[in-house]
Design a protein around this ligand. Structure first.
Ligand code: WTA
Length: 670
């Protein structure tokens, strides 16, 4: 039956029985993915990956070995092969006669546009690589990129890859302090930034954060950064450090457009990307070249059913996150895709901006996060109804569990009840998609990421590492190494082993809870560790707690992620004030002032994205006899639930005290 003839079930039915949407025969007949891929990969997993690597990637020196797992848990994939990721993303398409194909339809928030073909991209990336080399960047040197969503951001990443200089992109929403610690950890030689970018209708500054991050600070080591390359985007005034700062247009525009890409070994580092873990210190997740590129290209081709000659693809993620790395830069460009690159927010200048872009560029594949979908649901379906979305044929979701209601809305309102939805589970650490339906093959189910991709082996296990039966719940693990897996945490091999490989012997522990339904399909249930997921962004409870206690007025702090209808989770902080400041919070005005001060402080320490939604001043925190904070009980309070079993508390009256104190209305919510 063609897919558009299946009628959408009511939500009520959906919650009672798991209804699947089989692919239409028309879609299946044209699909890149075939059911036989699962069998092929199961029969010869390494052979399957070797085929992908040869089919989808161009090697300057072909590899002869597929996987070396003797150094587990550090894998080596395709290790005796050589390649260049930027050559694969750009030059080879030009050499194949596709230089005139559009690589990027850039759309600035103010409405300025720029069309970049693969030939343009080759020239730009080559110029930028030459400019970086003239600033002293060599193969192996680290470059930090702190930019908005601009053509230059993609060019900068590829220019680094062209030289074999690992990049470390830091999301523009992180503060100067967060930037400083990432630059220091990576020991970066160059930082690439912009004067600012456009956000919500106004220019916002970026360069001042770089200046601050590089300024000498007591107790901090001298910076390793020799140059700052600055893109002019908004034209706002910037402070200038002579000798250190260089304008992008001065260094890049006049540079030669010929540059020989450096062919690196497959295991050469491609990038470091910092992400939150369960401790306060962000982890520099290390990815290398050959395996990463193979899986990025493979997943992009099959999960999105990309037809590079006819599709227009758009992934709304920022390049500051892993989704931007794998599904804006490396995957789509390796596959020669034409894509939209949008600088701004979905509601500027109006709430239909995204749908306007879909109509304008005839976007056929859209990849976004459940938070964005839920936000659009809130704005109402008459907004997307005002635009022609009929070009859309595949819809993707990533970053957090998608609830069946949002899934159904996405399918019906955005996908015209025909476009298959791929709910893709993966992580910064996995480098590329791991669990997802394959359009044209899988009968999709609202709310479930379903099955591991061909070549990937995932399972749900109990506390003793036993695979749970269908219908059971437990922890998501990955049982076999995969090409795009992280190769470690930058500079901290032990932490890599402890974090991912010590919970269950021989299995990668993802940190996510999951269940298998009666069909054996996997449903992701959210983090089981102290990592929160707010709007699809990973935040660490401990990191925000450390930020709070670094403020003078705070004696102790506990942070939890409370369920939120739109953002998935919201940051809620409980703080005990220091004795001499405790009085300040006794009046509503005083409490509000303290709360505002603390929210600001978190923004300075980590970035605006980490600001707590609510801060509750409390007299005590619930702790076990061994002094561990019982976040479960605080989550009950934050979610307005009856507080659960508190018998293991050292002092069981604490919860009464907290609850009593909170009966007073709090006015510090956004
Ligand atoms: C969550 C983003 C449910 C999960 C690519 C994971 C998901 C964390 C999904 C990684 C999904 C990602 N369904 N949960 N489809 N995709 N997650 O490193 O908790 O920013 O561990 O990578 O996001 O977040 P990260």
């Amino acid at each position: 039956m063609p897919e558009n003839e299946t009628t959408a079930p009511s939500l009520e039915n959906l919650l009672h029985e798991t209804r699947a949407f089989p692919p239409s025969s028309a879609f299946a007949a044209q699909a890149n993915a075939q059911p036989s891929m699962y069998e092929d990969a199961a029969a010869d997993r390494l052979g399957f990956w070797a085929t992908q690597a040869r089919d989808l990637v161009t090697w300057s020196t072909p590899f002869t070995q597929t996987l070396d797992w003797s150094g587990a848990p550090v894998a080596r994939w395709f290790a005796d092969g050589k390649l260049n990721a930027a050559y694969n993303a750009v030059d080879r398409h030009v050499e194949a006669g596709l230089g005139d194909r559009v690589a990027l339809h850039f759309e600035g928030e103010p409405g300025d546009t720029r069309t970049v073909t693969y030939a343009d991209l080759q020239r730009e990336v080559s110029r930028a690589a030459n400019a970086l080399e003239s600033l002293g960047v060599r193969t192996g040197d680290r470059v930090v990129i702190y930019l908005p969503m601009l053509v230059e951001s993609v060019v900068a990443m590829l220019a680094c890859a062209r030289i074999g200089a690992p990049h470390s992109v830091v999301f523009g929403g992180f503060s100067a302090d967060a930037l400083r610690s990432r630059i220091a950890d990576a020991e970066a030689k160059v930082v690439i930034t912009a004067d600012g970018g456009y956000r919500r209708g106004a220019p916002s500054a970026l360069k001042p954060a770089v200046d601050e991050a590089l300024a000498p600070k007591e107790g901090a080591p001298a910076t390793t950064v020799e140059h700052v390359l600055v893109v002019r985007r908004t034209g706002q005034d910037v402070d200038w450090t002579e000798g250190r700062d260089v304008w992008w247009h001065d260094a890049v525009d006049g540079a030669s457009e010929v540059h020989e890409p450096v062919q690196v070994e497959a295991e050469h580092p491609l990038f470091i990307l910092y992400t939150s873990g369960t401790t306060g210190k962000p982890k520099g997740i290390l990815h290398t070249t050959g395996g990463y590129l193979t899986q990025a290209a493979y997943t992009h081709k099959y999960v999105f059913d990309l037809k590079p000659e006819s599709d227009v693809y758009w992934c709304t993620a920022d390049i500051g996150w892993v989704t931007g790395h794998s599904y804006v830069v490396y995957g789509p460009l390796a596959n020669g895709a034409t894509q939209v690159l949008y600088e701004g927010t979905p509601d500027t200048p109006h709430r239909g901006r995204w749908w306007e872009l879909v109509e304008k560029y005839k976007v056929s594949i859209l990849y976004t996060a459940p938070t964005a979908i839920r936000t659009c649901m809130k704005w109402g379906e008459d907004v997307p109804a005002g635009f022609d979305l009929s070009s859309l044929r595949v819809l993707g979701s990533v970053g957090e569990p998608i609830n069946p209601e949002a899934w159904m809305w996405y399918r019906r309102v955005i996908g015209g009840d025909t476009a298959p939805i791929v709910d893709t589970w993966w992580q910064t650490e996995t480098g590329a998609i791991m669990i997802s339906p394959l359009p044209g093959v899988t009968a999709t189910k609202p709310g479930s990421a379903q099955v591991a991709l061909p070549g990937i082996v995932a399972d749900v296990v109990d506390d003793e590492a036993h695979s749970v039966p269908d219908g059971g719940g437990g922890y998501l693990v990955l049982s076999e190494p995969w090409p795009a897996m992280l190769r470690g945490i930058w500079g901290d091999l032990q932490r890599f082993k402890d974090t991912y490989w010590s919970r269950f012997e021989g299995l990668y522990f993802a940190g996510d809870g999951a269940k298998k339904d009666e069909d054996g399909d996997i449903w992701l249930l959210g983090r089981v560790d102290d990592v929160m997921n707010v709007s699809g962004h990973r935040l660490s409870t401990t990191e925000i707690e450390s930020a709070l206690v670094s403020h003078d007025v705070v004696a102790e702090a506990a942070v939890v992620g409370a369920a939120d209808d739109t953002t998935g989770q919201a940051v809620v902080a409980f703080v005990i004030l220091r004795g001499e400041h405790a009085d300040r919070a006794t009046t509503p005005e005083g409490a509000e002032e303290v709360q505002a001060e603390l929210r600001n402080h978190v923004a300075v320490q980590i970035g605006p994205i980490a600001k707590p939604r609510r801060i509750l001043v409390v007299p005590e925190l619930p702790k076990t006899r061994s002094g561990k904070i019982m976040r479960r009980l605080l989550r009950d309070v934050a979610e307005n639930r009856t507080v659960g079993d508190a018998t293991t508390l050292a002092d069981s009256s604490v919860m009464d005290l907290i609850s009593a104190g909170l009966k007073k209305p709090s006015s510090n919510e956004d």
